[in-house]
Design a protein around this ligand. Structure first.
Ligand code: SAM
Length: 287
C-alpha cells in the first residue's frame, strides 16, 4: 500500500470512518520524499530502537520500520488504531501504544520496550505540543540519544538558535544546554493533507552526554534564563532583578564578576556567559 498516495489515504480513512482532528494537529504527510529522509536521519547512528510520537496514518512509521530494529509508536487518537492495523500490517517490528505522550510514564515505557538501551525519538510533532514534548524528554533526562522531529519552520529556527543570536529565547537556551541542535531540511505546507497554514522543518537534537555548560544550580540557571528572556527588550540587569525579585545591585555585581557589560540584553549572551552569570549570582546570593 502506498501510504503517501492521497487516493489511498482517503479510501482507507473513509473505510474506517476516520475524521481529521484539527485540535490534535492531524496533518498527514503526503510528499513521498520526506519520510525516507527523516527516517534515515533518525537511524543514521545505527539506532536500534525508535520511539515515534503520533504515527497518524503510519507513513513515517513504515519508513522507520524498514531502518530500525524496533519501533514503538505512541498515538493519542484511538480512532487511528484500526487504520494503523491495516496500513502497518507487514511491519512486524512496530508496536502501537495508545496514549498521550505528555501523560504516559515514558521512563517506564522506554525501559519496558528498549531495556537499558537509549532510543531515538522521531516524530512529525503535533504543533500544539512541540516545546512541551521536547522539553519533557530533555528535562526528565529520559534515555534517548537524539530527537529527529518535524516542527513549524519558525519553531525550528527558534529551537535551534544558538545563545548570543537574535532568534534565541529561553527554550533555545534550554535546547542548547542539553543538546547539539541542527536544522536538517525544510518541508513546504504542500507536503501535507490536510494542508496546514505554515511551512515546517525537520530538526535533529543530539543529546549531549553532559550539559554544554557547568552550572552551580540548574534550577537557578533556568530561572535566570526565563527571567532574562521573559522581557527581552530590557537589559538583563533589569529583567533579572525584576523577574527574580533581587536587588539590582546584586545583579549588577554578578554581571561584573562574569565580565558581562551592565547594559547587555539576553539575546547578546552566549551559553557560557549565561552560565557564568548564573553561577556568580548564586555566589552573591549566598554571601
Ligand atoms: N506521523 C504522521 C505523519 O507524519 O503523517 C502524523 C503526524 S500528525 C502531524 C500528528 C499525530 O500526533 C496525529 O496522529 C495525532 O493524532 C497525534 N497526536 C496528537 N497529540 C498527541 C499526543 N498528545 N500524544 C500522542 N499522539 C498525539
Amino acid at each position: 500500500m502506498e501510504l503517501t498516495d492521497l487516493a489511498t489515504i482517503q479510501a482507507v480513512l473513509k473505510r474506517h470512518g476516520f475524521r481529521f482532528s484539527k485540535s490534535l494537529g492531524q496533518n498527514f504527510l503526503t510528499d513521498p520524499s520526506v519520510c525516507p529522509r527523516m527516517a534515515a536521519a533518525c537511524a543514521m547512528d545505527g539506532t536500534k530502537g525508535v520511539l515515534e510520537i503520533g504515527p497518524g496514518f503510519g507513513v513515517l512509521t513504515k519508513e522507520l520500520s524498514a531502518r530500525a530494529g524496533q519501533v514503538v509508536a505512541v498515538e493519542l487518537d484511538g480512532s487511528l488504531m484500526p487504520v494503523l492495523a491495516e496500513t502497518l500490517t507487514d511491519c512486524w517490528n512496530v508496536e502501537i501504544v495508545p496514549g498521550d505522550v505528555l501523560k504516559l510514564d515514558l521512563a517506564a515505557l522506554l525501559k519496558e520496550k528498549f531495556g537499558g538501551a537509549k532510543a531515538a525519538v522521531c516524530a512529525n510533532l503535533p504543533y500544539y505540543i512541540t516545546s512541551p514534548v521536547i522539553m519533557r524528554f530533555l528535562e526528565e533526562r529520559l534515555p534517548v540519544s537524539s530527537l529527529t522531529v518535524m516542527v513549524q519552520k519558525e519553531a525550528a529556527r527558534r529551537l535551534c538558535a544558538p545563545p548570543g543570536t537574535r532568534a534565541c529565547g529561553a527554550v533555545s537556551a534550554a535546547v542548547s544546554y542539553y543538546t547539539n541542535p541542527q536544522i536538517l531540511f525544510e518541508v513546504p505546507r504542500t507536503s501535507f493533507y490536510p494542508r496546514p497554514n505554515v511551512d515546517s522543518a525537520v530538526i535533529r537534537l543530539d543529546v549531549l552526554p553532559e550539559p554544554s555548560v557547568q552550572v552551580k544550580s540548574e534550577r537557578a540557571f533556568f530561572a535566570l534564563v526565563r527571567a532574562a528572556f521573559g522581557k527581552r527588550r530590557k537589559t538583563v540587569s533589569n529583567s533579572v532583578s525584576t523577574g527574580l525579585g533581587l536587588e539590582k545591585s546584586q545583579v549588577l555585581s554578578a554581571l561584573q564578576r562574569a565580565e558581562i557589560p551592565p547594559n547587555a540584553r539576553a539575546e547578546q549572551l552566549t551559553m557560557s556567559q549565561l552560565a557564568e552569570f548564573s553561577n556568580r549570582l548564586e555566589e552573591i546570593k549566598h554571601e
